[in-house]
Write a protein that binds this ligand. Structure first.
Ligand SMILES: [Zn+2]
Length: 117
């Protein structure tokens, strides 16, 4: 077997992290704004514990980072170029339009959504 000259493990690890529909959805919601877990819960309909678990996986790889603001913790994408990877994936799949999540949700009472009166 030929000896590997280049270490592909970091790339494989990144794709492994992305290889998860809920994580892709979370990243898409975070594309235009930071969000707390309760906003992600309202947007995606997953349970809070499940979202926290997926956020932890994204945090472990440095893709997402938390920001504490008083009692609230907001999550944001710390490596925005991840979106060019996600957009390229859509291009590969022949999906021309990207789905855009609304900035605010009527059903959400997170600090960002409830400010928009
Ligand atoms: Zn909200």
């Amino acid at each position: 077997m030929a000896k590997r000259k280049y270490n592909y493990d970091p790339q494989a690890k990144l794709f492994k992290t992305l290889m998860h529909p809920a994580r892709l959805a979370i990243l898409d919601v975070l594309r235009t704004r930071e969000a707390c877990v309760c906003h992600l819960e309202a947007a995606l309909g997953y349970r809070q514990a499940y979202i926290s678990q997926q956020l932890m996986e994204l945090r472990k790889n440095g893709i997402v980072e938390p920001r504490r603001d008083g009692l609230n913790i907001f999550y944001r994408v710390s490596k925005p170029y991840i979106f060019s990877v996600l957009d390229s994936a859509r291009t590969v799949l022949g999906e021309e339009t990207q789905f855009t999540w609304p900035e605010t949700l009527p059903s959400c009472d997170c600090p960002h959504c409830s400010q928009q009166e």
